[in-house]
Design a protein around this ligand. Structure first.
Ligand code: ADP
Ligand code: MG
Length: 629
């Protein structure tokens, strides 16, 4: 069925997942997940780097992670907007090394380059953008992108930076569970209800409680109001894989020791055993037991894994999701929950369904495809922002309280968690020494009382204050969190009416200079890619030409004069040298010189081809002549 063509400058919906990412668009008939170039819909969020550039994204990168364990970036979302110092606690599936990037940000070391999580995510977003453009048949530059509800402002900014690197304007950042509720709410329900969205994916867990109030006959749209959110950005199906992989590894080590050997697994084996653990886990969602056999650097591990064993390992992790549900229920003042919508691949585990059933006392709702819900909801929000749908209104909340540092390392809360956004707060400041013309403010996010226990979001400086005795200036600072969860700061000195210049330095995001530098690096990579492409083409074509020339030479060798033959041999040898050099390293080859050399050979060979053709015509004529009676 052909869809009517989308409007110019459409807004697509993107679920940028830790494990898998999807892109969807809301057509007149409703939202639909768009097919990728290979016909599938789930793009594994995996990127492989070689010699400083990204060479594969998605299924290819994920599928060959065992071959290239140290060059494949997996679960980059877990490190998004985090510092190197924090990274140890959040390490995901990737076997590649995590290092300190610019300003101490966590970065991956892969394929001879340092990659920020934002840059790896940008590769995934670029692939989704390409798929959407092909599928919709139009340029795509705007998207609604989803993030876990528990992402702090720094992580949201990092997501927005990734989009900018991919040439996408993130017109709205939406919480994943809110998007899921939006997909779920479509279809015109009649009565108001409270729903919980339980999203257990590969790397993060989220729980949100929303009120859905249906629109009325007067034309008011459905209202989605997030009442409370909680979650854990360091908890997902990956952790279940890790637990099972460790268990399998321990068994293999014991087996090796009994056989008088020691097992020191290579990164390749580590990746293999993780992949193995994941497929065993998935199989155990339907089967009661699975027989496995795996070779680990020469040690064979053969055994049966039962669902009960897997559940014993997964139980503490599932319990943590249930504890977060308890926090969200408390924050929503124990509102009665009508439905629990299950989202994310890990909700296919029977243990997860059982735990949710027990906690909420209702049968979990599994009618929606847990893989697609979030992307579909993002697409609906895209249609709202395009102005094509007016039947839904989204009120999101801020997941963590916002505050500022006070003297002595304390934090004064300005905006409390679970406040609806957009929201704002005003705070008065003054100076502590005479003639002070600037004031530094440190913005933090978190629930704890001391700076050391919260996350630093940004530091900014109010500058250009008029010189006055200490304590006299009255600096009024407005903090505004917009509908995207982006923080803006505005400051004015009341006595003089002087507006202070505000310079915000994000703690975990990227400065605009850094984005620009990375953008340039992207262009640089494009240039490198183009060069390699051109050299590869030159190699193929000149090898073919050289083959024809050698064949012709063998046929007409006797008819050629010495100097011409010599000239042709020299040209052939020169081209051959370029081909050899390109095979060793395309980057080191001067493509223009290569091209000139090939053209010289082709020009010279024209006489040879004429000779060869004349000779074959003659031989045909002779053959005909002899056959004539
Ligand atoms: P994310 O939102 O983090 O990208 P997904 O929602 O795509 O993640 O879920 C991916 C996770 O779901 C992986 O850990 C994967 O192993 C797990 N998963 C997928 N299918 C199943 C299944 N049938 N049983 C158990 N886990 C599954
Ligand atoms: Mg997800």
């Amino acid at each position: 069925m052909r869809e009517p063509s989308p409007p110019a400058d459409p807004i697509i919906g993107i679920d940028l997942g830790t494990t898998n990412s999807l892109v969807a668009y809301c057509f007149e008939a409703g939202p639909r997940v768009l097919a990728l170039t290979d016909g599938t819909r789930l793009l594994p969020s995996a990127v492989r780097y070689e010699r400083g550039v990204a060479v594969a994204v998605g299924a290819d990168a994920r599928g060959r992670a065992v071959e290239y364990p140290l060059d494949t970036v997996l679960s980059s979302k877990r490190l998004m907007g985090r510092s190197f110092a924090e990274s140890a606690a959040v390490l995901g599936e990737s076997q590649c090394r995590v290092v300190a990037g610019i300003r101490g940000l966590a970065a991956f070391e892969a394929g001879g380059t340092t990659v920020l999580p934002q840059e790896a995510a940008a590769e995934v977003l670029r692939a989704l953008k390409r798929a959407a453009q092909e599928s919709l048949g139009t340029e795509v530059g705007r998207a609604v992108i989803t993030v876990p509800a528990y992402f702090d402002l720094g992580q949201r900014e990092a997501t927005r930076d990734a989009a900018r690197l991919a040439g996408i304007e993130a017109v709205r950042i939406v919480n994943e569970p809110t998007a899921a509720a939006l997909a779920y709410g479509i279809g015109g329900r009649r009565s108001a209800q409270t729903i919980a969205v339980y999203d257990f994916g590969g790397g993060t867990f989220d729980i949100s409680i929303l009120k859905v109030i249906p629109g009325d006959a007067s034309g008011a749209g459905d209202l989605f109001e997030v009442v409370a959110t909680a979650g854990d950005t360091r908890l997902g199906g990956d952790d279940i894989d890790s637990a099972l992989a460790s268990e399998l590894l321990r068994t293999a080590e014991t087996a090796a020791r009994t056989a008088g050997r020691s097992l020191i697994p290579s990164p390749r084996s580590m990746q293999a055993i993780r992949d193995f653990a994941e497929s065993t886990k998935i199989a155990l969602s339907t089967a009661e037991s699975v027989n496995i056999e795996i070779d680990l650097d020469g040690v064979t591990l053969a055994q049966t894994v039962t669902r009960a064993e897997l559940e014993r390992l997964a139980a503490p992790l599932v319990a943590r999701t249930i504890a977060a549900c308890g926090r969200a229920i408390r924050d929503s003042q124990g509102i009665a929950i009508d439905r629990v919508v299950m989202v994310g691949g890990s909700t296919r585990m029977p243990l997860v369904c059982a735990a949710v059933r027990e906690k909420f006392g209702v049968e979990p709702y599994t009618a929606l495809d847990p893989d697609c819900v979030v992307a579909l909801g993002a697409a609906v929000q895209g249609a709202v922002l395009e102005g094509r749908r007016r039947d839904v209104l989204l009120l999101d909340v801020i997941p963590l309280s916002l505050g500022i540092e006070t003297i002595g390392g304390g934090v004064a809360k300005l905006i409390h968690r679970n406040s609806s956004i957009p929201t704002s707060a005003r705070e008065m400041f003054s100076t502590s020494v005479d003639n002070q013309t600037s004031v530094k403010v440190h913005v933090l996010q978190g629930e704890r009382e001391m700076v050391a226990d919260c996350r630093s979001l940004a530091r900014f400086e109010l500058r250009g204050l008029p010189a006055m005795p200490a304590g006299i200036p009255q600096i009024e600072v407005d903090f505004l969190v917009d509908a995207n969860g982006v923080l803006c700061v505005d400051a004015i000195e009341r006595r003089s009416g002087c507006r202070a210049g505000v310079q915000v330095v994000p703690t975990y995001g990227l400065t605009s200079d850094e984005i620009e530098r990375m953008d340039r690096a992207g262009v640089e990579h494009a240039r490198v890619d183009m060069h390699r492409h051109r050299v590869a083409d030159l190699c193929v074509h000149s090898s073919l030409d050289a083959k024809w020339i050698r064949e012709a030479l063998s046929r007409v060798a006797a008819d050629l004069d010495g100097p011409y033959r010599e000239e042709l041999d020299t040209a052939l040898a020169e081209v051959q040298r370029f081909v050899g050099a390109a095979q060793a390293s395309a980057d080191a080859v001067d493509a223009d010189a290569f091209q000139r050399s090939k053209e010289r050979m082709d020009r010279l060979s024209m006489r040879l081809h004429e000779l060869a053709i004349t000779k074959s015509l003659k031989s045909i004529a002779t053959a005909k002549g002899t056959s004539t009676p």
